[in-house]
Write a protein that binds this ligand. Structure first.
Ligand SMILES: [Zn+2]
Length: 269
């Protein structure tokens, strides 16, 4: 499932491609991906332009110039593609929005959705989320005190969207590896130095992954060489049995509270 770097990457890319152009056509192939009737969706979106693309947690918010909002959650398997009809990917689409000659294709939106909200509806929808990893108010001190009040493991903590919003299975493992901490550790067991290491690793890994275009498998547009480059840079996630980049010992695969988890038992304590 796309996480903070993938969605922030999409946000940055889309913000230079789709803003302030009226949406000329709306195709809905899967009405279940919406929260309103197809007709209401069409009415709200046709002719409107996207003023801004924002991100909250793993979701994108398309801010329309009509004071309506489209909230996109790709969940598992969802991807985006932008381009003219001639470059349409050979995949079934659930929704398409057309801007002039180009279209934004929503693909693999089976569990994911594109929901229409007004301001108060959107705020209500997002109200349960924890702070963003780069929230200005999330100082190292506050991060450490949040760890202290938390039960469970680092794995379940980092992926708890109510605690911290935007991190999932891949980056929780990468962050723990970068911090040299086992994802099975209890958050309250971290000393001050370890808490600081986790905070620094979180920022470092997310920034590095964003700079590399995240791990999505399909380019966002034709000629896009950046999207997905982080796939080759993952050090532990989905690399069971492969030698650890630091010490050479095989990476271990484990399940922590039914979540897939990968780590090095030698480099992480
Ligand atoms: Zn190692």
């Amino acid at each position: 499932m796309p996480e903070w770097p993938e969605m922030e990457h999409y946000r940055k890319q889309l913000a230079r491609m789709i803003l302030n152009m009226p949406i000329r056509q709306v195709i809905v192939n899967r009405p279940k991906s919406l929260n309103v009737t197809e007709e209401n969706f069409r009415q709200a979106v046709l002719g409107a332009a996207i003023r801004r693309v924002e991100r909250r947690a793993k979701q994108l918010i398309f801010v329309l110039d009509t004071d309506k909002y489209l909230l996109l959650h790709l969940m598992l398997g969802g991807i985006l593609f932008y381009g003219p009809e001639g470059e349409r990917p050979n995949r079934s689409t659930q929704i398409e929005l057309s801007f002039g000659d180009n279209r934004l294709y929503f693909i693999g939106l089976r569990l994911g959705y594109l929901h229409l909200f007004d301001r108060s509806g959107l705020e209500k929808e997002l109200s349960g989320l924890g702070p963003d990893p780069f929230d200005a108010a999330l100082s190292p001190d506050r991060f450490r005190s949040m760890l202290h009040g938390k039960k469970g493991t680092l794995k379940t903590t980092l992926t708890d969207q109510k605690w911290l919003a935007g991190i999932g299975n891949c980056y929780s493992d990468e962050i723990c590896f970068a911090a040299g901490l086992l994802p099975t550790r209890g958050p309250g067991s971290l000393n001050q130095q370890e808490g600081q290491r986790l905070y620094t690793a979180m920022h470092g890994v997310l920034h590095e992954a964003l700079a590399a275009g995240g791990y999505m498998e399909m380019p966002l547009f034709n000629g896009d060489k950046l999207t997905g480059s982080y796939n080759d840079l993952c050090k532990v996630y989905d690399r069971p049995g492969e030698p650890c980049v630091r010490c050479g010992q095989p990476i271990v695969f484990d399940k922590v509270s039914s979540r897939k988890c990968f780590y090095c038992t030698n480099c992480q304590t």
